[in-house]
Structures are given as C-alpha cells and as structure tokens.
Write a protein that binds this ligand. Sequence first.
Ligand code: NAD
Ligand code: TDX
Length: 349
Amino acid sequence: LCKPQHILVTGGAGFIGANFVHWVMKNHPEVYITVLDALTYAGRRSSLKGCDESRYTFIHGDICDAQLVEQILAQPGKRTYDGRPIAPIDAVVHFAAESHNDNAIADPMPFLQTNVTGTAVLLQAVRKHHIRFHHISTDEVYGDLSLDSPEKFTEHSPYRPSSPYAASKAASDHLVRSWFRTYGVPVTISNCSNNFGPYQHVEKFIPRQITNILTGRPAKLYGAGLAVRDWIAVDDHCAAVWAVLTRGKLGETYLIGANGEHSNLDVLRLILTCMGKDEHDFEHVADRPGADRRYALDASKIERELGWHPQHTQFEEQIERTIAWYASHQEWWIHDKAATERSYQLQGH
Ligand code: NAD
Ligand code: TDX
C-alpha cells in the first residue's frame, strides 16, 4: 500500500492530468501536488484555476530535461509553505505525453522525444531516488479489434500498436516494465480507453464536434464513422488511477474502462441531437491512414482486485454535461479553435 503525501504529476496542465489534480485536491486534501508541465499547445495553466494555491506548486518545464527532473526529485524536503514544511515527493504520476494521433501521423518525432525519451528520463530519476512511479498509458498499445467480434483487450493481450502514437506509448510501457524487472523500481501501469469531459483539447473527437457546432462550423466525421471507441468519463479514470497508485500491486498492469462502446457515428448523432441539430447535419472527411477500427477493454481485473467501479456510466448524461461545460467555458478553448481547424484543413480532415 502506498500512502503518498506529495505527488509529482507530469502533464498536469493537460486534459486528464488537470482533471486528476482537481480530483486529488477534492478527494485527498492531505496530499500536496507538484505539477511539471511543458505547456505545449496542449497544456494550459488556466486548467488548474480554482485549485488551492497553498496545496500545489506549478513548474513549467520539460520531462526530457534530466537536470530539472533531478532537481525536482532530489529536493531535500525542506520546502515550506507559510512556514509549514512540505513533505518530499514520494510518488510520480506520469501523464505527460504527446497524445494526438493526427499530429503523430503528420510528424511522429516529438512523440518519440516526449513519450519515449521523456519516460526514460523520469524512470532514471525515480530509480535513483527510490520513488514510486505510476505510468499512464492507453488501450491503443494493443492495436485494434474487428468491428463484429465480441473480443475485448485484457492485460494479457499482445502488444500490436498500429499508429506512431500508439507505438510510442507501447515503447514507454516496455521501458517501465523493464525498469521494474531490472532495477526493481516500484512501478505500476494503467492502460485506459478513450476519455471525455472538461478541459479536453478541441482537436479531439468529442470537443471538436461540440465546438464546431458552437462556432457555426459543420461537425466532421472521419470516413463512414463505423469505428468504435470505448468511452469513459475522465473522473472515473482519475479515481481508477488513484486506486492503482495507492493499492495496486507493484510491477502490475491494470486496464481501465467503463464498457462504453459506441460507434463514432452514434456519438456524433447524439451530440447533434443534444445540441438541437438535425442528426444528419455533418460532413464526411478523410479518415486516418491505417485507422484503428475498434477498441474495447475488459476492466474486470481492477474491479475485482482493487474494488474500483466506474460511477459516471450514463453516456448521454455525461455528453450533456460535457456540452454544457464547453458552452460555458468559451474563454478556455476559443483561442485554440481557429488554428486547430486550419491544421485539420491542411490534413484533409
Ligand atoms: P493532453 O495532450 O491533453 O495533455 C498532455 C500534457 O502533457 C499537456 O499539458 C502538455 O503540455 C504536457 N506535455 C507534453 N509534452 C511534455 C513534455 N515534454 N514535458 C512536460 N510536459 C509535457 O493529453 P491527455 O489526453 O490528457 O493524455 C494524458 C495521458 O493519458 C497521456 O499519457 C495519454 O497517452 C494518456 N491517455 C489518454 C487518453 C485519452 O483519451 N485522452 C486515453 C488513455 C490514455
Ligand atoms: O473530427 C474528428 N472526427 C472523427 O470522426 C476527429 C478528431 C476524430 N474522429 C474519429 C477518429 C477516431 O476513430 O473519432 C475517433 C476518436 O478520435 P480521437 O478523439 O482523436 O481519439 P483516438 O484517436 O481514439 O485516441 C484517443 O484515445 C486514446 C486519445 O487521443 C489518445 O490519447 C488515447 O490514447
């Protein structure tokens, strides 16, 4: 059992990382947080607005910067806030990554740098300082499933990544496992399905459609929209990560999913209907080269062994909440919108 007092959250200004920081602040007020984030196009300082300033420190920096990472983890535990000492960092939760498939297809190299080299830099530092490490990964490392089979990924599925992004995440998972076996670094890994909710960048499927509609642009469906994703509300992912961090068995992998399989076409129709549009009111655009057909995962191990269960499984209600969040937080996403759409246009999406 791990009872962290001070966690380093990498990528804490990104979508899931920021949701995780908010979730820990709300549910585990005894824990102090340091966020390390490079504030790439995908990171926003304002995603942490509302977090109690006395309970976290934000460091603007790159996980590939070994000197900086060493400095952060070697801190002697003498830091104080308002005269109160802050415990040394005793766990790292590693979200930082280049996360978007279309970007990886256009230019894979930053994905190798951050996802592979960056993870190795962190592993070397936690190895040196004997710090607990939890690695956040994706179901995409297992490749895809056919549309018409009942099969789901399990912790025993073979690694078969099909895209540059997925391959870079698979490589990072292999590094984490090898640092456990070779050096005994206390690690766990979780591979989660597609997340949605507040603070997700407008490049991703669900926020892109919502903000297209909000800004008078047509919704855009890749190909025929028959591809299936297994959706999970981001808060359920956050709770699952906490369960693995604090109760997971070292060296083990846990799949996180909420039995939320839907075709892209069905999700798009739902969004259109919820936003008062005709469900045929969208454009078909080019699909990704080598596009994955279906992801689905079996989360029975984490449910059985750690007692975690998803709470937010009413898909329509969660989509409504997500739409409401984007409608009332234009100032958070509007600056990214035009540039994102311009870059999609250049890619034929
Ligand atoms: P995101 O792109 O929204 O956020 C990534 C964050 O990492 C950003 O804040 C960015 O500034 C930061 N970052 C990028 N490169 C960095 C670097 N070199 N140093 C420091 N910070 C850096 O991504 P997300 O969707 O929140 O995904 C978070 C993690 O969860 C990733 O590891 C991703 O592979 C994994 N994951 C995501 C999903 C999903 O559906 N979004 C599903 C399963 C797993
Ligand atoms: O405009 C769009 N229209 C569309 O039909 C976009 C942006 C996407 N799509 C399709 C492509 C996919 O089949 O929607 C599906 C979901 O696309 P993304 O939101 O880009 O997610 P995906 O490629 O499935 O990857 C996501 O889940 C796994 C995250 O981005 C990854 O970081 C995570 O590892």
